[in-house]
Structures are given as C-alpha cells and as structure tokens.
Design a protein around this ligand. Structure first.
Ligand code: HEM
Ligand SMILES: *[C@@H]1O[C@H](CO)[C@@H](O)[C@H](O)[C@H]1NC(C)=O
Ligand SMILES: *[C@@H]1O[C@H](CO)[C@@H](O)[C@H](O)[C@H]1NC(C)=O
Ligand SMILES: *[C@@H]1O[C@H](CO)[C@@H](O)[C@H](O)[C@H]1NC(C)=O
Ligand SMILES: CC(=O)N[C@H]1CO[C@H](CO)[C@@H](O)[C@@H]1O
Length: 368
C-alpha cells in the first residue's frame, strides 16, 4: 500500500515536472499560432520540413539560445542579416555568398560593411548541425537565416511566431549597384524610405514597424555623424546630442553606440519611446516621428508594445517572403552557405544550367 502510493506520488511528480518543462514550449507554440500572418507566398508553408527534417526548428532554437548567451550582439546581427538578405534580390541567402574570382560578394558593398562576421559563422555552424540531424543537406540557407532571425527576436524578448519555409538559395550574389539600389541609407528621410520600400511592396506601416528592429544592436559613428557634423541636427534632444558627441568627437571617428539607449539588448517597444524623446539614432529613425504620415503609428507603438509585436510579426514575415525562390526548378540548396554548389552537384539540386538538364534527362532515361 505504502509502496504503491509512493510510486503514484513519484509518477505524478514526474508528470508534473514534465508538464512544467514542456509548458514554455507549448505556450510559445500557442502564441505563435495566434498571430496574424500575411498571405503565404506560393511554395512556402509552415511545416515544409515536417517530414524531411522534423528537428530542424528545435536545432536552430537550441543552438541560438546558447550562442546568444555567449554573445548578446549575435541576436541583433542575425535580425539585420535577414533584412539585408531579403531587401536585396529577395530572401535567397545571396548575402551569404563569398566573393569568387568572377563575382563580388554583396558583403563587399558599402551598406554591408558592418554585418557581423559572427552572424555568418552562426549560419555556417547551423548548416553543419542541420546536415547531421537531417541526414544531408535538406534545409536551405535562406530558411536558416529566416529561422535564426525569428529565434533571435524571441530570445531577445520579442514575440514568438511561425516562419513560412521552403525558400531556395540563389545561384549568384546581387551586383554592387543592386545592393545600393535596394538598401536605403540611414541619412534618408521618410519620403526616400517609402520610395525604397514601395519597390518591394512594403508600405508606411511596414516601414515604421520594421524600423523597430533598431530596438537592439549597435551602429558606427559613420551611420549617424551626418546629424552631428558640420552642424547639429535640430531634431536631436540636446542631452542625447552631447552623449553622441562624446562617442563620436569628430567626423570620421571610429566608435559605436547602441541603437536603443533605453534597453539596448532587449527586443521591446522602447525604440519608439526613444523617438518620442528625440533620441532616435539615425535620420531614418527620427524622421518617422517628424513626418506626419508615420508619426501616429510611432506614438501608438510607444505606448502599446503588444500592438508593435503583433504588427512586427506580420511585417517581418511579409518581408521574409520577398521574391523567394521556390519549387525544384529555381535556385538550389547550398551545401556550403558561403559558396554556390560545385557544378557536379548541380544536376540534383535544380541548378538551371543547360547541361544539368541534359544530365537529369540521361539519368531518367529520357531522350532529348
Ligand atoms: C528602414 C531602413 C533601414 C535603415 C536605413 C537601416 C540602417 C541601419 C544602419 C545604418 C545600421 C548600423 C550599421 C552600423 O553602423 O554598424 C543598422 C543596424 C541594424 N539594423 Fe537597420 N536599417 C533599416 C532597417 C532595418 C530593418 C528592417 C531591420 C530588421 C527588422 C533592421 C535591423 C537592424 C539591426 C538589428 C541592427 C543592429 C545590427 C548589429 O548590432 O549588428 N534594420 N541599420
Ligand atoms: C527627402 O530627401 C530627398 C532626397 O535627399 C529630398 O529631395 C527631399 O526634399 C526630402 N524631403 C523632405 C520632405 O525633406
Ligand atoms: C567611444 O565611445 C565611448 C563611449 O561613449 C567613449 O568613452 C570613448 O571616448 C569613445 N572613443 C573615442 C576614440 O572617441
Ligand atoms: C565554404 O565556402 C567558402 C567560400 O568558398 C570556403 O572559404 C569555405 O572553406 C567553405 N567551407 C566548407 C566547410 O567547405
Ligand atoms: C562582413 C564583411 O564581409 N564586410 C565587408 C564589407 O565590405 C567591405 C568593403 O567595402 C569589406 O572590407 C568588409 O570586409
């Protein structure tokens, strides 16, 4: 009798422990499902790897939970990497390609100057881990970038959400001019920003919301010194301008400061509170509060974090679907995220080179 009740107690304790341990994950899944999502691009789905690599999402999440503990800036770096990938030539991991003798990497174009090497390394580390767990190269590099960005948002304190998956990787990087044409400068005003975003079907709501990514991370003096020299930008809060002047004493200073002075490493709505206090870092940030078209939403997000989170999920997922390559005939799944697959492997991965069509035809016994 006593023995049995001990066993029952032990069993219930074990069950309770199990429930407690699994509770956060379950809550996350429920929260993620409750979000409002934009229409999914054709070829993308939330359960794309359910059969081919069911562990993919937990591997990315577990890896980042510990990697961000070692280096808190990695979360910001990955959130920005997804943005740079998607704005330039679509979310196709083209940003990850290293230069070759014939093609210059997007990383060598000015706006990419300060993408952190740690982010590229994390993606390559994830590539290796996923390949081991999936028994081969199954998950695309572009999907790894999207998943890493999602988990970085969550780990930093932001909303949990689901990521549509099934992107394929580009065969080449975008040209240097294409990078400049796609990424607005931080000295831009709202009119210019809206013009850049309109080309990829993003609107003023997306602009205000996605700029909220600047709730984490850092920037170099070169990105905001236009507001200090030769003359001080009149929209800068005086105290804040003095702080920036200490960090960047003269034009051309090499130093960094945080994007969000209130909570630099937390994904929250304090970025918008900064803007209300004229403590936004870039012209492109502060002008969101100056321009009548975007000011009301800035004000709303500053007082309603939940509204910001909900819209961020919508706009970031929308951004994550820009010009995606899907289906077996477009792009490829890179075995090495930094390099296009060697020609010999191209026949099996949808590479569009004419000879690969011939090879596939031979394999399947077709006569061309
Ligand atoms: C709307 C136009 C945007 C402009 C003009 C812009 C500009 C910049 C600039 C100049 C930096 C600092 C680079 C440096 O000096 O080191 C930066 C950093 C950053 N941006 Fe943006 N950005 C924009 C949109 C976005 C979007 C859509 C996201 C993501 C949702 C984002 C996320 C970040 C993050 C997280 C950092 C910090 C990166 C780090 O700490 O490594 N930005 N951005
Ligand atoms: C915005 O910037 C563009 C390009 O620098 C400039 O031509 C335009 O006058 C500016 N608009 C406003 C409202 O300041
Ligand atoms: C860089 O910024 C820090 C913090 O604002 C400041 O203490 C330091 O003097 C700056 N370094 C240079 C070289 O200006
Ligand atoms: C991946 O490609 C890059 C660029 O070509 C190369 O430097 C690197 O060694 C490759 N990594 C692996 C694991 O083969
Ligand atoms: C991370 C990275 O590769 N950054 C490069 C950006 O572009 C400059 C040249 O414009 C390179 O020197 C950086 O290494």
């Amino acid at each position: 009798m006593a023995e049995r009740s001990t066993a029952v107690v032990a069993a219930s304790a074990a069950l309770l422990l199990l429930l407690l341990l699994s509770a956060p994950a379950t809550a996350d899944v429920a929260a993620a499902a409750a979000n409002r999502y934009p229409p999914l691009a054709s070829g993308l789905s939330f359960d794309f790897y359910k059969k081919t690599c069911p562990k993919a999402e937990s591997i990315v999440r577990d890896f980042l939970a510990s990697a961000v503990k070692q280096n808190v800036g990695l979360a910001a770096a990955l959130i920005r990497l997804h943005f740079h990938d998607c704005f330039v030539q679509g979310c196709d991991a083209s940003i990850l390609l290293d230069s070759t003798p014939t093609e210059k990497s997007e990383q060598e174009a000015g706006p990419n100057l300060t993408l952190r090497p740690a982010a590229f390394k994390a993606i390559n580390d994830l590539r290796a881990r996923l390949d081991r767990a999936c028994g081969g190269t199954v998950v695309s590099c572009a999907d790894i970038v999207a998943l890493a960005a999602r988990d970085s948002v969550g780990i930093a304190g932001g909303p949990a959400y689901q990521v549509p998956l099934g992107r394929r990787d580009s065969l080449s990087p975008a040209s240097q001019t294409a990078v400049f044409d796609a990424l607005p400068a931080p000295t831009s005003n709202v009119t210019t920003l809206l013009r850049f975003l309109a080309r990829i079907n993003l609107d003023a709501t997306d602009l205000v919301t996605l700029s909220g990514g600047h709730t984490v991370g850092i920037a170099h003096c070169s990105s905001f010194e236009n507001r200090l020299f030769p003359t001080k930008d009149g929209t800068l809060n005086q105290w804040f301008a003095r702080q920036l002047g200490l960090t960047c004493p003269a034009k051309g200073a090499v130093n960094t400061t945080v994007n969000d002075i209130r909570t630099p490493n937390t994904f929250d709505n304090k970025y918008y509170v900064d803007l209300l206090n004229r403590e936004g870092l870039f012209t492109s940030d502060q002008d969101l509060f100056t321009d009548a078209r975007t000011k009301p939403l800035v004000t709303k997000f500053a007082v309603d974090q939940q509204a910001f989170f909900e819209q961020f999920v919508y706009s970031y997922v929308k951004m994550g679907q820009i010009q995606v390559l899907t289906g077996s005939s477009k792009g490829q799944i890179r075995a090495n995220c930094s390099a296009r697959n060697p020609a010999t492997a191209a026949g099996n991965d949808g590479d569009l080179l004419p000879w690969s069509v011939v090879e596939t035809a031979v394999e399947t016994g077709l006569v061309l």
